[in-house]
Ligand binder design. Structure first.
Ligand SMILES: N[C@@H](CCC(=O)N[C@@H](CSC=O)C(=O)NCC(=O)O)C(=O)O
Length: 275
């Protein structure tokens, strides 16, 4: 583990660290906010998965989450959104390749050698976090847009790993969206039955979910038609899930929206993490 930076923040520490990942076959960087309570023992953890075009930095510097995590004594983890480095495949577009992993384990070339982000988040990152004073039995997950898709699908696929899940403007039904179909074809191949395992709406329909769910979606979101919030809401209703799906009037897709509701999300996760 290498320390890239550490800054005092709301009484705790905002750090940036890098480590080797066997899954992605390279060096991965993440941000970690430790509240001051971490000096006295392990604290619960909220992982935040970012969206298209992001690194570990966007949410760390723009969401304002640390203030509320400090109040609750919760650590925040800000992973990167894709593998990086020499030899990592990419496209010219912003929605596939670097910073656009969709948090899946790719099975197709040229993506397969490094784009193993589901295993990175659920195995290698978790192992790296063991170096810090974190209670890895109390972990929740959130995310934005592509990262909201990542948070929902990883929570639904790994129900024992996370105590609660939330998302801001998530891609809710990628197998029915421009943000999903092309990427899944590239990363996972043309067999659409495989795609279902990475689609929050289809996972909710097939598996249900017994932990708390919170989704916030702005009504003025410029990507609204790609996100299919209603499909996920219907799946939650049919599965009788403990889900709050909230439409927030006039908000767009930006970090101004996230910053406006991040306190609600941290408090929502605190209830599950301290239950
Ligand atoms: N460049 C694109 C828009 C990219 C964009 O809006 N990215 C969002 C996430 S979208 C879904 O995953 C984001 O979080 N951007 C980073 C930020 O700091 O705002 C375009 O121009 O259409």
């Amino acid at each position: 583990m290498d320390t890239i930076s550490e800054n005092k923040c709301f009484g705790g520490t905002q750090g940036v660290y890098s480590h080797a990942s066997a899954a992605t076959g390279g060096t991965m960087t993440f941000g970690l906010f430790l509240p001051e309570e971490a000096a006295n023992g392990p604290v619960p953890v909220l992982i935040y998965l970012s969206g298209l075009t992001c690194t570990h930095e966007n949410a760390m510097t723009k969401s304002g989450a640390q203030a509320f995590a400090a109040e609750q004594g919760i650590a925040l983890v800000f992973p990167d959104t894709s593998p990086r480095g020499d030899g990592v495949a990419d496209t010219d577009g912003f929605d596939m390749g670097l910073a656009a992993s969709f948090y899946v384990d790719a099975t197709q070339d040229p993506w397969k050698p490094h784009y193993q982000m589901e295993t990175y988040i659920t195995r290698d990152l978790m192992q790296a976090l063991a170096d810090f004073p974190l209670d890895m039995d109390r972990v929740s997950i959130t995310g934005h847009s592509m990262g909201g898709h990542g948070a929902l699908t990883l929570a639904l696929k790994h129900p024992d790993m996370f105590r609660s899940v939330s998302a801001f403007s998530p891609i809710c039904h990628p197998t029915a969206s421009d943000w999903g179909q092309r990427q899944f074809e590239g990363y996972l191949g043309s067999d659409k039955s495989v795609w279902a395992d990475h689609d929050a709406t289809l996972l909710m329909r097939s598996n249900g979910y017994d932990k708390p769910v919170l989704v916030d979606q702005g009504t003025a979101d410029q990507f609204y038609d790609k996100l299919n919030t209603g499909d996920f809401a219907a799946a939650c209703a049919d599965a009788r899930a403990d889900a709050q799906i909230r439409l927030q009037s006039g908000y767009d897709h930006s970090y101004f929206f996230i910053a406006s509701f991040i306190a609600d999300h941290v408090d929502f996760h605190a209830q599950a993490l301290y239950a």
